[in-house]
Design a protein around this ligand. Sequence first.
Ligand SMILES: Cc1cc2nc3c(=O)[nH]c(=O)nc-3n(C[C@H](O)[C@H](O)[C@H](O)COP(=O)(O)OP(=O)(O)OC[C@H]3O[C@@H](n4cnc5c(N)ncnc54)[C@H](O)[C@@H]3O)c2cc1C
Length: 406
Amino acid sequence: MTIWAATACGAKGKGMLPLPTRRAALDHLRRFVPRAGASYASGRNTDPGPGKPSAVSRLSPVVRYRLVTEQDVVAEVLGRHSFSAAGKFIQEVCWRTYWKGWVELRPAVWQRFLAERDAAKREADVMAAEAGRTGIDCFDAWARELVETGYLHNHARMWFASIWIFTLRLPWTLGADFFLRHLIDADPASNTLSWRWVAGLQTAGKTYLARADNIARYTEGRFAPRGLAEEAAALTEPPVGPAGKLEALATPDMAAPSLLLVHHEDLNAESLFAADAPVRGVLAACDPALLWGDAARRFAGEAMADAATRAETHFGCGSTLADRLDAETLLSAARAVGARQVLTPCAPVGPVADALAGLEPVLAAEGIALRPVRRRWDAGLWPHARRGFFAFDAEIEGHLRAEGML
Ligand SMILES: Cc1cc2nc3c(=O)[nH]c(=O)nc-3n(C[C@H](O)[C@H](O)[C@H](O)COP(=O)(O)OP(=O)(O)OC[C@H]3O[C@@H](n4cnc5c(N)ncnc54)[C@H](O)[C@@H]3O)c2cc1C
């Protein structure tokens, strides 16, 4: 079995982003929490530029891989602020939950994106845009910032996507692909649906137009772009179809000798499985082929090593780090501990879920059950992502009350 070789986090903007351990993520979160109320609400739209103090949390890399969960973030914030004082920040955290749920109920949207992206790659040339050689000052700076740091402020992501689609008239799927290949927090749901939203596909007919005065104002005068599109006609597509149901998961046998599989979609196994779960060994598999870019691979690889160490302590057993999530790796790890069951955090729509779907019958043929377990946060909130965000938003407070968080 190949052992993952951890490397130093390569993002040049790492000074402002949390390092890839849970300890560092929690420290970063706790330093941010005092600012999660009014200062976040009033300052969150301003992008002062790379390396500059900003009103936003820059927590997305650690939330993406669940070094800290949305529940951890909201609980920490509610320890300091009331629900209404931190309402804007909690709402933004829940945008992530909403996008994840939305795709979970309509997985075909992700498949459609992949197919359209691959078709567009054969037709369009986006080299100048990706290299930051368009002559549009802000756009070129953000293209370079993205590649160099693996992060962009939310407002910059919106402006960038809008200019890509409506000024440069490039296929949105290739812009989304550019983000996937460079963002440390690259995420199938948040990225795809945010690009769709800018393009007018997500909320049919409603687009986002980047305006020069808005950019100048919220970048504190750093940019004065010229020649931006003055209108943004929504793109169109065949109907996506109605929301389906969240897939029902079989209940794990909590007496069966088990291997715990940790994958990069959820690096916090100890908050999902009790210490007395029948875990005989841990396989911590971070397969670079299931991510898109090197910055994300480095970050997730280091975070995986941290997750394996925490799981060893929590379950009191050994762990193996692997850089493959394939049948041979999984079966040999399961056999080594006599497992009849593989417990794993439920992976949302994306490459890890696809890999697990392919591995399930291979394990079953050996008499080993694959048992993904969904977090209560996801099980409680994802089913409400059936329509627009505002219907979803109305469910958040009730969920937090039901979970004893309010
Ligand atoms: C075109 C485009 C592409 C995007 N691609 C991604 C992506 O691949 N991965 C990703 O995690 N986010 C993506 N986002 C959402 C958002 O830009 C980032 O999550 C946010 O900028 C992260 O910075 P932060 O942690 O400082 O956010 P904060 O403002 O401090 O928010 C706290 C947390 O809430 C969540 N969050 C905040 N805003 C959003 C949002 N609009 N949508 C979803 N979650 C949100 C993130 O987990 C974030 O860490 C995208 C947005 C756009 C417009």
